[in-house]
Design a protein around this ligand. Structure first.
Ligand SMILES: *[C@@H]1O[C@H](CO)[C@@H](O)[C@H](O)[C@H]1NC(C)=O
Ligand SMILES: *[C@@H]1O[C@H](CO)[C@@H](O)[C@H](O)[C@H]1NC(C)=O
Ligand SMILES: *[C@@H]1O[C@H](CO)[C@@H](O)[C@H](O)[C@H]1NC(C)=O
Ligand SMILES: *[C@@H]1O[C@H](CO)[C@@H](O)[C@H](O)[C@H]1NC(C)=O
Length: 300
């Protein structure tokens, strides 16, 4: 089972245990119909569509069981009827993950899924997966949204209308532009992962309404300097990661000023030895744990 390579930074190790469980039922699924309904350790019925081919329709997903989780992974799906997920009105958790082929994801697809709380869409690199910008809007219960490997290029407020997310993960979406008000209505956001994109800088105000943001991942982007004019105070921020950028300019005293609750800050490995030594001295005075780690550098 191939893991998309941008999941390689160790943050998403749930894949390990997930795969182990899936293996048990995979053979059965290929032989039987496209849909297999299973209940594991909790009371939630789950549908797994794995390593299989076919078109998805409402009829194929219809079951008398009260299904809470749908996982379509490593499959080749030619077509999906827009009302397919209406067969699963109590769906809370959705994985569309690593499929060889999956049709365009549209808002219509979720028309009956007001209870969706967790949505993950991980596209294979270069699979050309398309997603409408408004596909997930107005899902009021949605807590976690993860879109990886889809070419979003620009992110803006239009993608998050009516959402109240706590976790937003947009890793590997070729994002080069973020509107200043993109996150302006996501005031409950706790974790934001913008790793593996093409971000060079932020528009002033981008971070102005994120009072609960705890963790910010900016690793593997194209940031050369922390320009504090682009930043706002993030009162809850504990962890920030700039690994694998080419950061060589950072006024460390500002880190504590802008992020008063910061515990851990990774600045990446682009500073020279002299500058690193200075930063370490400053960080001791400020009681911040500074790291200089490039994850990719160490694998190369
Ligand atoms: C699947 O859907 C596609 C596009 O709508 C269609 O061309 C194809 O015949 C369908 N395949 C099956 C097996 O129904
Ligand atoms: C912004 O957030 C508020 C409160 O969560 C909500 O009532 C409103 O509908 C949201 N607006 C948009 C455009 O998402
Ligand atoms: C190290 O980097 C600093 C700026 O970050 C620069 O001023 C200094 O000249 C560099 N030192 C060496 C030895 O390259
Ligand atoms: C430094 O930070 C640690 C936790 O990050 C805290 O326990 C400790 O009290 C702090 N020390 C000072 C001198 O502020």
């Amino acid at each position: 089972m191939e893991r998309p390579n941008y999941l390689g930074n160790g943050k998403y190790d749930f894949y390990g245990s997930w795969c182990a469980r899936i293996m048990l039922i995979k053979a059965l699924l290929i032989l039987a119909s496209i849909v297999g309904v299973h209940s594991f350790d909790d009371d939630t019925y789950k549908i797994f569509i794995h390593n299989t081919k076919g078109n998805i329709t409402r009829e194929k997903l219809t079951t008398k069981k009260d299904v809470g989780l749908l996982d379509i992974s490593f499959a080749t799906v030619e077509a999906i009827a827009p009302d397919s997920f209406c067969a699963l009105p109590n769906l809370k958790t959705l994985y569309i993950n690593g499929n060889t082929k999956f049709p365009r994801v549209t808002k219509q697809l979720f028309q009956c899924n007001a209870k969706l709380t967790y949505a993950t869409l991980v596209a294979n690199d270069d699979s050309g997966q398309e997603v409408d910008r408004n596909a997930f809007t107005d899902l009021k219960e949605l807590n976690t949204l993860r879109i990886n490997g889809v070419e979003l290029k620009r992110i803006g407020k239009d993608m998050f209308t009516g959402l109240n997310l706590e976790i937003l993960n947009l890793v590997s979406c070729k994002i080069g532009e973020i509107d200043a008000d993109a996150f302006s209505n996501l005031s409950n956001l706790k974790e934001l992962d913008l790793g593996h994109n093409l971000i060079k800088s932020f528009k002033p105000g981008t971070y102005q309404n994120l009072p609960k943001l705890n963790e910010l991942q900016l690793n593997k982007n194209e940031i050369g300097a922390i320009n504090w004019d682009e930043w706002n105070t993030l009162p809850s921020l504990k962890t920030i990661d700039f690994g694998d950028n080419h950061l060589t300019v950072c006024d460390v005293s500002k880190i504590k000023e802008y992020f008063p609750n910061i515990h851990s800050c990774n600045l990446g490995d682009a500073f020279n030895k002299t500058r690193k030594a200075e930063i370490i001295e400053e960080s001791k005075k400020l009681n911040i744990s500074i790291k200089f780690i490039d994850y990719y550098g160490t694998y190369a």
